[in-house]
Design a protein around this ligand. Structure first.
Ligand SMILES: *Cc1c(COP(=O)(O)O)cnc(C)c1O
Length: 474
């Protein structure tokens, strides 16, 4: 018999001894067979270990992080204080509505704030991320047509779309039809007309799109789609470009997701929790996942009786801590959300104008909150690829931009400075990019062999995807 208790142990009035455990509770196969093997280290040594690990990591607090589409902006630290308030952090989600009025009120008011910024009529806070919001939204669209008895099996997705768009629609069983981008980097309306058949359920669009360009024909597109009886899905990942200036409702969209962890300043990256609330127009209200948070004039409550609800997409009410942070950010910013978008657009255009003298800018027009450069010319001339530039930036305490996306630009570098950077920081980035450009022309080997200073040099780009095995050792 393995010794678990030195003596007997009393927990909640039950006396536990090794004999009791052996005899009654624990199946042989669950019992420890040897030493636990805990490392014997002092607290100080453990702290040093984790501090050293964290120093090897890169984060927004360490340097410039222009990761296009991901909106790596500043997350105010006061959000952390608020999310860790006792009444929020230690509240059990199974408590009755009566016992968590404060949390319900916060969610209800966040729903209202998101309704206002998106123009939508109802919101669910449940989805855990943007991609999860897409899935939820497409499930709503699917069930909507099923309920109407319409057989619509296709979803149109632009060739510039984020990969999660076709993936989410495909997960719902839709067939994906790609619509081309025109020479201006926008959805080609003529191509759209040619593929728009009565079995199309929806189009999924991002606006501004993944090239950082505003889709000028969005009203014509929404009219075309609605005339065809189809719906429009808005991928809100780029919402920080338009806050308070326009909204997806005005553009004619029916379903919207937001990435709170992008637009509304909550920490993200590294697989931590996010939140991808979904908004819908009046007609789709009854299809949302349950519960939604409602108010009867007297108390806040979780509402479950939606007639056509797709069910649940997440346990409880979603990533509550993220919701608290996003709500705090929205209250803090108020009307200034509008100015945040203006600064995001200004910063991106500033960088674009400075960098286009060195790197090829395929769509040489005013951009929104981000823009896409192509490293193709430089690669032909010097052998230095976009990947090499990304690695060289890591030696300069700068996170690389998003690279090789969108797919329609070869050797793409998608740069999003966000609204929270100073002019000095932007200028420093421009200098760094010029330095790498000059080096590519004069000493390309130094760039193709980068990074030189990071703890890990070049990793195998495909190993993790091909061998999704956490215990895998080379
Ligand atoms: C980030 C992003 C998504 C996916 O959102 P997640 O929150 O990462 O799941 C979808 N579309 C676009 C354009 C994005 O940038």
């Amino acid at each position: 018999m393995k010794t678990i208790f030195e003596k007997s142990c009393n927990i909640n009035g039950i006396t536990l001894t090794d004999e009791v455990l052996d005899a009654d509770f624990i199946d042989e196969k669950f019992k420890r067979q040897g030493d636990i093997g805990l490392p014997l280290l002092s607290e100080l040594e453990v702290l040093r270990h984790y501090k050293e690990l964290s120093d090897k990591n890169f984060c927004i607090e360490k340097g410039f992080y222009p990761l296009g589409s991901c909106t790596m902006k500043y997350n105010p630290k006061v959000n952390e204080v608020l999310a860790s308030l006792d009444g929020f952090a230690n509240l059990h989600p199974s408590q009755s509505d009566k016992d968590c009025q404060g949390a319900l009120e916060l969610m209800y008011k966040l729903q209202n704030a998101l309704k206002k910024v998106t123009g939508m009529d109802a919101i669910t806070l449940q989805p855990a991320a943007g991609a999860h919001g897409e899935l939820c939204g497409m499930m709503v669209i699917k069930k909507h047509f099923e309920t109407k008895g319409e057989k619509r099996t296709k979803v149109i997705v632009p060739d510039s779309a984020h990969g999660t768009n076709p993936a989410s629609a495909a997960l719902c069983g839709f067939e994906i039809i790609s619509v081309k981008s025109n020479a201006k980097g926008q959805v080609d309306v003529e191509d759209l007309k040619s593929i728009l058949t009565p079995d199309v359920a929806a189009i999924m669009m991002t606006n501004p799109n993944t090239l950082g360009l505003f889709e000028e024909n969005v009203l014509e597109i929404s009219e075309l789609m609605h005339k065809n009886g189809s719906l429009l899905y808005y991928d809100g990942a780029n919402f920080n470009a338009i806050m308070g200036h326009t909204n997806p409702k005005l553009m004619g969209f029916d379903v919207v997701h937001l990435n709170l962890h992008k637009t509304f300043a909550t920490p993200h990256g590294g697989g931590g929790p996010g939140a991808g609330p979904v908004g819908v127009v009046e007609e789709l209200k009854e299809f949302l996942p349950v519960p939604v948070i409602d108010f009867d004039g007297n108390k806040y409550y979780r509402k479950y009786d939606l007639k056509h609800s797709i069910g649940k997409v997440r346990d409880f009410c979603g990533s509550f801590g993220v919701l608290v942070r996003a709500y705090a950010y929205i209250l803090m910013m108020g009307e200034n959300l509008k100015e945040a978008s203006e600064n995001a657009v200004l910063n991106a255009n500033y960088l674009k104008e400075k960098l286009k003298k060195y790197y090829h800018l395929p769509y040489n027009v005013q951009c929104m909150h981000e823009f896409v450069l192509s490293g193709e010319d430089l690669k032909h001339k010097t052998g230095v690829s976009t990947l090499n530039i990304a690695k060289a930036l890591m030696d300069e305490n700068t996170h690389p931009p998003t690279v090789y996306f969108p797919l329609i630009v070869h050797e793409a570098m998608m740069i999003e400075p966000t609204e929270s950077e100073t002019k000095e920081r932007l200028d420093e980035f421009v200098d760094t990019m010029i330095k790498i450009y000059n080096e590519a022309n004069t000493n390309p080997e130094n760039v193709t062999s980068a990074p030189h200073t990071t703890p890990v040099k070049r990793v195998d780009e495909t190993l993790a995807a091909r061998h999704p095995d956490l215990n895998f050792k080379e």
